[in-house]
Write a protein that binds this ligand. Sequence first.
Ligand code: ZN
Ligand code: ZN
Length: 99
Amino acid sequence: MARKDFKKFNTGFTCVSCKTENPPALRSERNHCRKCLRSLHVDDETPGDRASECFGVMEPIGLEYSGAKGYVILHRCEKCAKTHRNRAAEDDERLDRLS
Ligand SMILES: [Zn+2]
Ligand SMILES: [Zn+2]
């Protein structure tokens, strides 16, 4: 079942744009680079569904603050212009650049 497999996606990865090694996040799912904040377009409608076949680079274009969730990064795909909101991880850098 998809739900059961969800956790295995919280693994470290090497960023495709800046080559930073990203360790698994401590409290949330790691879905973007902690250095350049870029992400890959792998989710379709639901964060974590991995249903998209685009694989374009998602550029961080903005930052929102929501009381319950904390900081949320707005990402836009360079390839198809789809936008996604992603919770910022606790060790993200350069968040102040976006705010
Ligand atoms: Zn990066
Ligand atoms: Zn895309």
